[in-house]
Design a binder for this molecule. Sequence first.
Ligand SMILES: *[C@@H]1O[C@H](CO)[C@@H](O)[C@H](O)[C@H]1NC(C)=O
Ligand SMILES: *[C@@H]1O[C@H](CO)[C@@H](O)[C@H](O)[C@H]1NC(C)=O
Ligand SMILES: *[C@@H]1O[C@H](CO)[C@@H](O)[C@H](O)[C@H]1NC(C)=O
Ligand SMILES: *[C@@H]1O[C@H](CO)[C@@H](O)[C@H](O)[C@H]1NC(C)=O
Ligand SMILES: *[C@@H]1O[C@H](CO)[C@@H](O)[C@H](O)[C@H]1NC(C)=O
Ligand SMILES: *[C@@H]1O[C@H](CO)[C@@H](O)[C@H](O)[C@H]1NC(C)=O
Ligand SMILES: *[C@@H]1O[C@H](CO)[C@@H](O)[C@H](O)[C@H]1NC(C)=O
Ligand SMILES: *[C@@H]1O[C@H](CO)[C@@H](O)[C@H](O)[C@H]1NC(C)=O
Ligand SMILES: *[C@@H]1O[C@H](CO)[C@@H](O)[C@H](O)[C@H]1NC(C)=O
Ligand SMILES: *[C@@H]1O[C@H](CO)[C@@H](O)[C@H](O)[C@H]1NC(C)=O
Ligand SMILES: *[C@@H]1O[C@H](CO)[C@@H](O)[C@H](O)[C@H]1NC(C)=O
Ligand SMILES: *[C@@H]1O[C@H](CO)[C@@H](O)[C@H](O)[C@H]1NC(C)=O
Length: 425
Amino acid sequence: MPSSRCLQITAILLLALGLVVLVVTLSGQKPLASFVDNLIKKQVALAPGTDTFDNWQSSPVPIYDDIYLFNITNPTEFNKGEKAIVQPVGPFIYQKVEYKKQANFSGDLKYAMYYDYEYYVFNETETLKHNNKTRLSDIVYIPNIPLLTVVAQIAHNSLIPSFIKTQLEEVVAKYESLRGINYLTLNGSVHDILWGMDDPIMKILYSLKLAPSPQLALQTNGSTDPGAMTRATVVHTGHFDIAKVDEYHLFHGRNSSGCWGTNEANTINGTEGSMFEPLLVYNKSKTVTIYNEQLFRSVDLAFTNEDTYQGIPCYTYRIPDWALQNVTNNPTNSAYYAWTYSGMLNLTQCSSNVPLYITKSMFLDADPRISENITLGLTANRTLHDTYLCVEPYTGVVVDGHKRVQINVQMEHHSATGRNCLQLK
Ligand SMILES: *[C@@H]1O[C@H](CO)[C@@H](O)[C@H](O)[C@H]1NC(C)=O
Ligand SMILES: *[C@@H]1O[C@H](CO)[C@@H](O)[C@H](O)[C@H]1NC(C)=O
Ligand SMILES: *[C@@H]1O[C@H](CO)[C@@H](O)[C@H](O)[C@H]1NC(C)=O
Ligand SMILES: *[C@@H]1O[C@H](CO)[C@@H](O)[C@H](O)[C@H]1NC(C)=O
Ligand SMILES: *[C@@H]1O[C@H](CO)[C@@H](O)[C@H](O)[C@H]1NC(C)=O
Ligand SMILES: *[C@@H]1O[C@H](CO)[C@@H](O)[C@H](O)[C@H]1NC(C)=O
Ligand SMILES: *[C@@H]1O[C@H](CO)[C@@H](O)[C@H](O)[C@H]1NC(C)=O
Ligand SMILES: *[C@@H]1O[C@H](CO)[C@@H](O)[C@H](O)[C@H]1NC(C)=O
Ligand SMILES: *[C@@H]1O[C@H](CO)[C@@H](O)[C@H](O)[C@H]1NC(C)=O
Ligand SMILES: *[C@@H]1O[C@H](CO)[C@@H](O)[C@H](O)[C@H]1NC(C)=O
Ligand SMILES: *[C@@H]1O[C@H](CO)[C@@H](O)[C@H](O)[C@H]1NC(C)=O
Ligand SMILES: *[C@@H]1O[C@H](CO)[C@@H](O)[C@H](O)[C@H]1NC(C)=O
C-alpha cells in the first residue's frame, strides 16, 4: 500500500529503573599501596561465601521500575488519520524482584552460573508519593503493539500453515467490529494493558493454540524470555582476570543476541550493570560495558563526570552520542540498521519485524524530526530523562543509577485511506 507520509514513532511506554546503593566500602581514602589494590581485587571477585556473592545473588536494596504509558488523548481523530496528541500517565512504581537461582561455580572458579528469576510487585505507597493524579484503574489508549506482536510472531512461524495465516488476517480485519474501535488502538485500564486484558482476537488465537494466553499484555510478570529458567546464564567471576568480573559469558544460554547485522554487534559483552571491574580510579577514560536484554545489545558507557551519591564519591558513565548516531555520522552503526534519524535504536529485526524503536526518555538527544508528528507537551530534561550509572571507582560497584528507555512504534499514514496504520516491515 502506498504511503505518502508517515506518522512516525508514537511514544508508548517509558520505563525507568532506579538502582540505589549496593555496597559501601573503601570510599574516600586513596589506597596507597598495591597491597590494598590487590586486597580490593580479591574482595571483588565472585566466590562462594563472600559478601560480594550474596549481594550479587540478590540485590540488598530494592530496584524500582517506574512505568509510564503515553495516552493518546484524541483517539477518535487519531483513528481518522490525524496526528496523535499524547500525554504521559504515571509513574506506576513496581519493585522489580530479581534473583539468581541455583547459582553454582565452575570447578576452577572461573565462571558462576545461574538461572534468571524476576517478578514485579506494585508499590502503592511509592506510586502515591510520585503520582497522586492517576490510578491503575484509569483508562488509557495506546497503539496496539501487543496484538501486532502476536500477529507478527504467527506470520513468521513457518510451522503454521499459510491458510491459517490468511484466516488470521481476516480476523484482524474484523477487529474493528469486534472491539468497536480501530485495531490500531488498544484501550483499557493501565493495570490490564500492562498485565493482561481480555481480547476477542486473542481468545480465538488461544483456542486455536496459536497464542500462549487469551489475553493481551505489554509486560510479563516474570522473565520475558521463556528460556530464562531453563538456559543458564554464565558470568566471569574475575578469579583469573579481575577486569572481567560479572561479565557475561552466556546470557540465557547464548553468546549472541542474534538480531543485528554483524557478529561483533551480536556479541554479548559486558555486565548486567550492577558492577564493573575495580580500580577504574586509575583509568578514568576507560569505557564500561553493559548488556541490556531490552535493547538486545551491549553498550559501552563513557565517563562524563565525578559525582557523589549519599556522600560516596562515584564516577558517572553515560551512553555516548556515537552509540546512537545514524550511518552518516557513524558508519559502524549500519550493523544496527541506523539508516535514518540519529538518537534511536531500531529494534525491528529483534521484534519479529514489528517496527519498534527505542529512544531515550522524551526523545532526549534524538533527531527532532522523529517526534515532529506527535504532540507530546513535554520537553526532555537530562536530569530527569537520561540513563546513567554512578560507579564507586575503587570497587567498581554501581552505587546509583537510572536506566531510562522509551519504546516507540512507527506508524504510517496511508494516503489512499487517509488513515494511520501500524504495519509489519
Ligand atoms: C510528518 O508528516 C509529514 C507530512 O505531514 C511527513 O512529510 C513527514 O515525513 C512526517 N515525519 C515523519 C518523521 O514521519
Ligand atoms: C486518556 O485519554 C482518553 C481520551 O481522551 C481519556 O478519556 C482518558 O481519561 C485519558 N486517561 C487518562 C489516565 O488521563
Ligand atoms: C547448580 O547445581 C545444582 C546441583 O548440582 C543443579 O541442580 C543446578 O541446576 C545447577 N545450576 C545451574 C545454573 O546449572
Ligand atoms: C507477580 O507475581 C508475584 C508472585 O509471583 C505477585 O506477588 C505479584 O503481585 C505479581 N505482580 C503483578 C503485577 O501481577
Ligand atoms: C514500598 O516501598 C517502600 C520504600 O519506599 C517500602 O518501605 C515498602 O515496604 C514498599 N512496599 C511494598 C508493598 O513493597
Ligand atoms: C499531589 O502532588 C502534588 C505535587 O506532586 C502536590 O503539590 C499536591 O499537594 C499533592 N496532592 C495531594 C492531595 O496529596
Ligand atoms: C474501548 O473503546 C470502545 C469503543 O469506544 C468501547 O466500546 C469500550 O468499552 C472501551 N473499552 C474500555 C475497556 O474502556
Ligand atoms: C558462541 O557459541 C557458538 C556455539 O554455541 C560457538 O561456536 C562460538 O565459538 C561462540 N562464540 C564465542 C565468541 O564464544
Ligand atoms: C564485544 O567485544 C568484542 C571484542 O572486544 C568487539 O569486537 C565487539 O565489537 C564487541 N561487541 C559489542 C556489541 O560491544
Ligand atoms: C529498521 O530496520 C529494518 C530491518 O533491518 C529496516 O528495514 C528499516 O529500514 C530500519 N528503519 C530505519 C528507520 O532505519
Ligand atoms: C543523520 O544524522 C544527522 C545528524 O543527526 C542528520 O543531519 C542527517 O540528516 C541524518 N541522516 C538521515 C538520512 O536522516
Ligand atoms: C530539569 O529537572 C531538574 C530536576 O527536576 C530541575 O532542577 C531543572 O531545573 C530542570 N531543567 C530544566 C531546563 O527544566
